[in-house]
Design a protein around this ligand. Structure first.
Ligand SMILES: C[S@@+](CC[C@H](N)C(=O)[O-])C[C@H]1O[C@@H](n2cnc3c(N)ncnc32)[C@H](O)[C@@H]1O
Length: 294
């Protein structure tokens, strides 16, 4: 990938500010339901089980940004013009992320989970909803420092193609590196963080060596199935956007994809409250939302 592409992909992927809060009218709520149904019927993108408040806000902001008078006008454009669809999909995928987000999670993972993975012949980790890859590179560095990189395969998936393309550039905005370095150290990082990347005036480029065991793929948690058996699944800050029924459905997918004794890591506002009955997990490190399949 050339340098120009890298910059373009990263710029596109850089975070949008949280959209302005606009409450939908009753009529707009009806139109929003039709738009969501249209996306599903026409393209198979299934947002029907997403939390409505956040979806509505994003749809109304997209309508405004496109200078359209109604959500129905947006639906019309989305059904007939690819560009509108792409921009809307991009808005509906919330990509906020950072390296070693919640450093104590990674510190606990390093101290308590890694020792139990050490003796496996191969370690498969799935980052479901990896966004632009910050969490994935954090894990790749952690496993390298623990001497396990050679036998670890990290599968990184997201429904958002653009986010995945940005993740694969292994470049992150230089202005974020100060914060990421602090996170890395709090997460128990063992070296100078700068040893892992080179920089230009805009980006930090992580070592290609880290990418050797990374596999990126588009995968939609709502509509796609299980594709391997994993020893660790991290799905952090994704289920928070799903309603209870959809969370149940996705937990079934995770349970089916996790080896016995495997670990499941969630975001700090997420829990296993909405797992279907019969799925047994031990609260392995409950305050870090790390669970173990029994
Ligand atoms: C807020 S980011 C979380 C990134 C990272 N896991 C973290 O915690 O920093 C949420 C990601 O979930 C993805 N996502 C949302 N719905 C999804 C779905 N149905 N299937 C796969 N990914 C999805 C979004 O595209 C977005 O990249």
């Amino acid at each position: 990938m050339n340098h120009q592409n890298t910059i373009q992909l990263q710029q596109e992927a850089e975070r949008f500010p949280e959209p302005e809060v606009i409450a939908p009218t009753e009529l707009q709520e009806i139109e929003i339901s039709l738009l969501i149904e249209g996306l599903y019927q026409m393209y198979g993108y299934d947002f029907r089980g997403y939390v409505k408040a956040s979806l509505s806000r994003r749809i109304l902001n997209r309508m405004k940004a496109e200078r359209l008078p109604t959500v129905t006008a947006l639906l019309e454009k989305v059904l007939h013009e690819q560009g509108y669809l792409e921009r809307l999909l991009n808005d509906l995928s919330i990509r906020m992320t950072e390296m070693y987000r919640d450093p104590s999670f990674f510190a606990a993972f390093r101290e308590r989970v890694v020792p139990l993975l050490r003796d496996l012949p191969e370690i498969r980790i799935w980052h479901a909803g990896c966004a632009t890859g910050e969490e994935v590179y954090s894990m790749a560095i952690l496993m390298l420092e623990e001497g396990l990189a050679d036998k670890t395969r990290i599968y990184a998936t997201d429904m958002n193609e653009k986010a995945l393309a940005a993740a694969q550039t292994s470049a992150f905005p230089l202005k974020k590196m100060q914060q990421y370095t602090k996170n890395y150290l709090k997460a128990g990082g063992k070296k100078a963080f700068s040893e892992y990347y080179t920089t230009d005036h805009q980006y930090a480029y992580f070592s290609p060596h880290l990418e050797e065991n990374l596999i990126f793929a588009q995968h939609n948690l709502v509509t796609d199935g299980s594709f391997n058996e994993f020893h660790v699944i991290l799905c952090r800050n994704v289920l928070i956007y799903f309603d209870n029924d959809l969370q149940q459905k996705v937990h079934l997918l995770f349970h089916n994809s996790l080896a016995e004794g495997g670990f499941m890591g969630l975001g700090n506002k997420e829990s296993l409250l909405f797992t279907p009955k019969g799925m047994k997990y031990e609260e392995f490190i409950s305050h870090e939302r790390i669970y173990r399949k029994v």
